[in-house]
Design a protein around this ligand. Structure first.
Ligand SMILES: [Zn+2]
Length: 270
C-alpha cells in the first residue's frame, strides 16, 4: 500500500507518528498553514511558524525519509484581525520561493464573517498574482454549507482562478457535489469523531466518483488519527475494491493535483 498524506499538521505530531505513517506506506506529507491551537500575538509569530514549516519540519520528516511540503497563509480563525492579516500576507511572498512551498492554504472561512471574507479575497488575489495552487478550509458543522457557497462564489468570480488548481477540503455529504460540479477538487477529511469517517468517505466516493477527490487525516493538535488514510484503504478493501482503485484515490489523485506545482516531485501518477 502507498499513499500521500496531503493535509497533515505535523508540527503537532510525535516522531512515533512519522514512523507509523512511513511504515503504513506514506510517500509524502503536505502541511497547510493553520491555527496552532492558540492565537499568535503578532506577525512575527507567523514568521517563526512559516520558518518552522519550511525549514525545521522538512528536516524532521527527512529523518524518516519522508518528503515534507507545505502551504502558507494566515488561517481564517486568526484572520478576524484585519491589521494582523495584512501584516502576515505581506510576509508570504518572501517564503513562496522556498523549495517545498506548494501554494496558498489552508485559506477559507471559519465563522463566515465579513473580515474573514475580506482576508479570503486577499489570499485569492495573492495566489493568482504568484500563480500558486490554492487549498481551502471550509467551516464546521452548521456553518459549512453557507461557508462553502460563499467560498465558491469568491473563487468563481475571480477571473484569474482556475478551478482545477483549487482543492476545497473538509467536504461532507451536503457539500461535495457542489464543489465537484464547479470544477474544483474535493478533499475529504477523516477524523475519529467529526467531519468524515472512513466508511462515510467511501460512501461519498461511491456516489460522486473518485476522479477529483483526495482523502486526508488533518492530524492536528486535537483528537485526530494520522493513520486514517490507510484505514480508509482497509475500508475500501473490505468492500471489494481493487488495489488499483485504492491506489488512485489515496496516491495517484493527490500526486496528480499536487504535481501542478512543479516543486512536488513524488513519483508520476499512473
Ligand atoms: Zn488543516
Amino acid at each position: 500500500m502507498r499513499y500521500i498524506e496531503p493535509h497533515g499538521h505535523m508540527v503537532s505530531r510525535t516522531t512515533d507518528d512519522y514512523q507509523a505513517m512511513v511504515i503504513a506506506g506514506c510517500q509524502a506529507v503536505c502541511e497547510p498553514a493553520f491555527w496552532a491551537g492558540y492565537d499568535r500575538s503578532s506577525a512575527d509569530g507567523f514568521r517563526d511558524y512559516f520558518r518552522q514549516i519550511t525549514e525545521y519540519e522538512p528536516a524532521r520528516a527527512a529523518k524518516y525519509k519522508l518528503p515534507h511540503y507545505c502551504w502558507l497563509c494566515i488561517n481564517p480563525k486568526e484572520a478576524e484581525d484585519l491589521a494582523l492579516a495584512r501584516d502576515v500576507l505581506a510576509l508570504i511572498p518572501e517564503f513562496l520561493a522556498k523549495p517545498t512551498v506548494l501554494g496558498i492554504g489552508e485559506i477559507g472561512l471559519n465563522r463566515n464573517t465579513k473580515n474573514e471574507m475580506k482576508v479570503l479575497e486577499m489570499h485569492v488575489d495573492l495566489a493568482v498574482k504568484h500563480n500558486q495552487l490554492i487549498l481551502v478550509h471550509t467551516p464546521h458543522l452548521e456553518d459549512k454549507l453557507k461557508g462553502t457557497k460563499l467560498i465558491s462564489d469568491v473563487l468563481k468570480s475571480h477571473p484569474g482562478v482556475k478551478p482545477e488548481r483549487v482543492i476545497i477540503d473538509h467536504v461532507e455529504e451536503h457539500t461535495i457535489k457542489r464543489v465537484l460540479d464547479q470544477g474544483f477538487w474535493a478533499g475529504i477529511t477523516l477524523y475519529p469523531d467529526s467531519k468524515s469517517s472512513p466508511p462515510r468517505a467511501v460512501d461519498m466516493i461511491e456516489i460522486c466518483g473518485r476522479e477529483r477527490i483526495w482523502m486526508n487525516s488533518a492530524c492536528d493538535w486535537g483528537h485526530s488519527d494520522p493513520l486514517s488514510v490507510p484505514k480508509a484503504c482497509l475500508e475500501m478493501r473490505a468492500r471489494g475494491y481493487s488495489e488499483e482503485f485504492i491506489d488512485q484515490v489515496v496516491y495517484q489523485n493527490p500526486v496528480r493535483f499536487l504535481s501542478q506545482c512543479p516543486k512536488f516531485k513524488v513519483g508520476a501518477a499512473g
